[in-house]
Design a protein. Structure first.
Length: 77
């Protein structure tokens, strides 16, 4: 198990979906430390990986490491 800083890993995988097993959260409950389980430009590929391999994780986190929507914009997943 390699624990990593989630924000640092997000910088390394620009414009990709990332799936983490979370080991530590901040005071507000935001994931800050964990293990990168998978990454892909395709959210569907990450969902498929989750279904096949990862369902046993106690606390997982999926995030898009690309450009965030502009203020006033909404995203539907």
């Amino acid at each position: 198990m390699t624990e990593v800083d989630i924000l640092e890993i997000e910088k390394q995988y620009a414009d990709e979906w990332l799936l983490f097993e979370v080991y530590e959260v901040d005071k507000l409950g935001r994931p800050i430390k964990g293990k990168l389980l998978a990454h892909s430009p395709s959210r569907a590929a990450l969902d498929e990986y989750w279904e096949r391999k990862v369902q046993h994780c106690h606390h997982s986190y999926v995030v898009y490491a690309g450009q965030k929507p502009r203020k006033g914009m909404a995203v539907v997943l």
